[in-house]
Design a protein around this ligand. Structure first.
Ligand code: GLY
Length: 428
């Protein structure tokens, strides 16, 4: 394929320029060797206050930039996934999280351009390099995670560059995702297509992958993708969400009829508890589905899920790993970051509807969640001065003892995205 050949063509001149400019970036930031956050010019004013973070002040911008460059120099060509002891664990082909670091680079590219930062071209070039690394996942029909992988990377690359190669690849990824659609009207989340034990299993996280189908329905003139996504969202609304708007992590369906068999958990405390990140995926997922469908029912669901999340937070406003885990439970800061992102999506939709008072309330709730994360952030957390990501306190899987109160790349991505979205909302 033409676009595939183009992607693989080495461009030594651009690469050399990138290396040169990256070196310049660190010299500008006061680094003489492998960059660490503690050696930036921003160090002089560390810790930063939350007011210096929304909107991103120059020291805050430098801290984020320096840390992302530092992560790149540490992980080489592998994808940062989670940390253990604040050291990045990586994946070779991107696992379910490969889109997030690439997404952070695209956020930096756009923001650098907005700020007239002379290194905007460097961020863009690095974003392009990292975007290419996901190419082999386009045809991966073995996962539902293609939305997580391709929305912040290839779709964003297309949005920012207009280059057809990214559009074509992302459309192919949507086609791969559509292969997991079942006769029962849902996308199978885990396992090989149609094979036990997961032939009828849907996790609430799956809501976040629907955006790729909606995007491809519009971009590729494939209305059947949007129908699949809406069918999946309706089944999730009817099945994963309990009467009080807490959620099941997993639902097992009859694969052929879509009849719910049972609700349960894998990453939560117990079957009837509410896993905090699952609730967050639901909030953001339904908010995004509203954006594509304009069905007010989906916006209302996102708001009710958010109300449940907020009502179950402890006094410090930082989510525990499960909303029923009790006092002193380990945190999952990524659930706060995802929910803040979702609340801002809700706020922007409400504002478009002319509901400005309600919109401002939702944006204020997002601000409160982000402010609560401040002590866990690169701007104020001592541990993160020399290692880890933008945010600590994220928990991947408490039950499996994986990355408990660590940096997780999706937490970093949604944290940065929500900070920028909040600043944009408040600037209007
Ligand atoms: N989507 C996988 C997780 O949130 O752990």
């Amino acid at each position: 394929m033409r676009h595939t050949l183009l992607l693989r063509r080495p461009d030594h001149v651009v690469q050399a320029l990138v290396l040169l400019l990256t070196g310049l970036l660190f010299l500008t930031a006061g680094c003489t060797e492998a960059p660490t956050v503690s050696k930036t010019a921003a160090d002089a004013v560390w810790p930063l206050s939350f007011d210096q973070v929304v909107p991103l002040s120059t020291p805050a911008w430098q801290l984020v930039g320096s840390r992302l460059q530092s992560i790149m120099s540490t992980v080489g060509t592998r994808f940062p996934h989670i940390t253990e002891n604040h050291i990045w664990q990586t994946s070779g082909t991107g696992d379910w999280t490969g889109g997030f670091f690439v997404g952070e680079l695209w956020l930096m590219a756009a923001e650098a351009e907005k700020r007239n930062d002379p290194l905007a071209a460097v961020w863009r070039s690095q974003a392009l390099t990292w975007t290419r690394r996901l190419e082999q996942r386009i045809t991966d029909t073995g996962t539902h995670d293609l939305g997580f992988l391709f929305m912040p990377s290839w779709v964003e690359a297309y949005r920012q560059t207009g280059d057809e190669r990214w559009r074509i690849g992302a459309l192919q990824a949507a086609e791969s995702l559509s292969k997991r659609y079942t006769p029962g009207g849902f996308i199978q989340s885990w396992g090989k297509i149609g094979e036990p034990p997961y032939a009828g299993t849907v996790i609430i996280d799956n809501m976040m992958n629907l955006a790729l189908l909606y995007w491809a329905a519009e971009e590729g003139n494939r209305p059947e993708y949007a129908q699949m996504a809406t069918s999946h969202a309706l089944l999730t609304q009817q099945s994963h969400i309990r009467a009080d708007y807490g959620t099941f992590h997993l639902v097992d369906f009859d694969r052929d009829t879509g009849v719910m068999l049972r609700g349960r958990t894998s990453q939560g405390l117990h079957d009837n508890s509410t896993w905090a990140r699952g609730q967050a995926w639901g909030i953001a997922g339904f908010a995004l589905v509203y954006r594509y469908t304009h069905n007010p029912e989906f916006l209302a669901v996102a708001e009710r899920l958010a109300d449940y999340f907020l009502a179950h937070l402890p006094p410090d406003h930082v989510a525990p790993w499960d909303l029923h885990a009790g006092a002193g439970a380990k945190k999952d800061t990524s659930a706060n970051a995802i929910t803040a992102f979702g609340l801002l999506a809700i706020a922007n939709s409400l504002r478009q509807l002319g509901e400005t008072t309600r919109a401002d309330v939702r944006a204020a709730q997002a601000r409160r969640l982000l402010e609560a994360l401040h002590p866990y952030s690169i701007f104020a957390n001592e541990t993160l001065r020399t290692k880890g990501g933008l945010l600590t306190g994220g928990t991947y899987n408490y039950n499996a003892d994986r990355a408990v109160e660590q940096s997780v790349v999706w937490g970093d991505y949604y944290y940065l995205k929500a900070l920028l979205d909040l600043a944009a909302y408040e600037a209007k």
